[in-house]
Design a protein around this ligand. Structure first.
Ligand SMILES: *Cc1c(COP(=O)(O)O)cnc(C)c1O
Length: 410
């Protein structure tokens, strides 16, 4: 018989979100009338912009005509879209030939892991979005789980806590390590400053590290002093890859469209440009993003589309501010709860001293019928935190806030 990939056997305790869904199902089975509101999974809820949807509908209808039909497109994405992304987001910091269009940031992160393989050392922010570690586990780079269940032997966890303003101590990272870094961060919402990103880039260049910079929430940055791309930092072109996505700002979570920027100046130890192997990976393991989705991406980046994306992000940020205000209420404050919300990301990251994350999750589900995400699921340093997502309809968020405001904590 064929041996199981040990990477899958090493994946611990199921993926976080299925476990959240399981507990929710169990609760609903026991309390069928509970009016559950989810502030849990980071999934978009608001309709697409009519302008962007129309561009996709027009493209799809044209596919039924001889003039409008097209089959496989370029493996790296449409030239126009690559150029447009370079013009709108990178303005000379990266060019269109360094932009690779994909079916989303998560899929790119998984494909990037094939580029580096199982011998890689990896470092992650702790807490972090699960695919950095779990994807590394699958390719064998993370090693086995620690006996106490607190992570993997082969992963350097970089605690990001209120004490260090959610920016890690880089000196814990060994030379030649692949560093995953997400800003604005999921789950903490923390957004690295220019000074912090400069330290990260300098560290990577001095120590032979490569940074995989997840900028999926860059569009949520409202503070003009904060960089929206790692390439705004001098030196990033020799040490960083950026992944990004239309999912969160344009509501493309189901449409599926993202991109990666792999600068030509980035090289492996043998001198091979990483860009060359990434092109090969995209050709070999991928066959190009949906042409309909790419038509939507182009529309999202014209004047109207950019306005619509901003309005959508503003809506979610306003939700976040409502949640933050609720968690600053007397009932939470008296229990020592501290809620972190930067206004530059869609998440509120709240610490409940003396409680476990799953304990808080169960309490809020039971007393408020509100689903959150337990912070411990994002890494050991997330223990005692829960994440509140600002993705939701306004009326639901307001109702969730009313219930939370009545929650009795000791
Ligand atoms: C949602 C999310 C993504 C996923 O992006 P897709 O483009 O939908 O695959 C990537 N990174 C982070 C941190 C996310 O929260």
């Amino acid at each position: 018989m064929i041996e199981r990939n040990p990477g899958f056997a090493h994946l611990t305790a199921g993926y976080l979100f299925p476990e959240v869904a399981r507990r929710r199902r169990e609760y609903v089975a026991a309390h069928p009338d509970a009016p559950i509101i989810s502030l849990g999974i980071g999934n978009t809820t608001e309709p697409l912009s009519a302008h962007i949807a129309k561009a996709m509908a027009d493209y799809a209808l044209a596919l039924a005509t001889p003039e409008g039909y097209s089959g496989y497109g370029d493996d790296f994405g449409s030239e126009r879209l690559r150029q447009k992304i370079a013009d709108v987001f990178y303005k000379g910091m990266a060019d269109g030939s360094e932009v690779f269009i994909s079916d989303g940031a998560k899929c790119d992160i998984a494909r990037l892991q094939t580029l580096f393989g199982g011998k890689m050392r990896i470092a992650v922010q702790d807490p972090a979005y699960p695919v950095y570690v779990d994807g590394s586990v699958v390719v064998g780079a993370a090693g086995a789980g620690k006996p106490d269940g607190s992570g993997y032997e082969g992963v350097t966890y970089l605690p990001c806590t209120p004490q260090n303003h959610f920016f890690p101590d880089l000196s814990a990272i060994a030379p030649n390590t692949l560093i995953y870094f997400c800003s604005p961060n999921n789950p903490t919402g923390a957004t690295a400053t220019r000074e912090e990103l400069t330290r990260l880039v300098d560290f990577a260049n001095e120590n032979g590290c490569i940074i995989i910079y997840d900028a999926a929430y860059a569009a949520f940055i409202r503070d003009p002093s904060l960089p929206r791309t790692i390439f705004a930092v001098p030196g990033a072109r020799t040490c960083a890859i950026e992944v990004n996505s239309f999912s969160k700002p344009a509501g493309f979570t189901g449409v599926r469209l993202g991109w990666s920027v792999v600068p030509k100046d980035l090289r492996f130890s043998d001198g091979t440009p990483v860009n060359k192997d990434w092109g090969r990976a995209m050709t070999t393991l991928f066959n190009g993003a949906s042409n309909i989705a790419q038509a939507g991406g182009l529309a999202a980046l014209d004047e109207q589309g950019l306005r619509d994306m901003k309005a959508s992000v503003d809506y979610y940020l306003e939700n976040g501010a409502l949640i933050k205000k609720t968690l600053d209420g007397d009932n939470f404050r008296k229990a020592g709860v501290v809620a972190h919300f930067t206004g530059n990301g869609p998440y509120v990251w709240a610490q409940f001293p003396g409680m476990t994350s799953w304990g808080v999750f169960d309490l809020i589900l039971d007393k408020c019928h509100v689903v959150t995400t337990p912070g411990s699921g994002f890494g050991p340093a997330g223990e005692s935190f829960v994440r509140f997502s600002s993705f939701g309809h306004r009326a639901d968020v307001e109702e969730a806030c009313r219930r939370l405001a009545r929650l009795e904590l000791r």
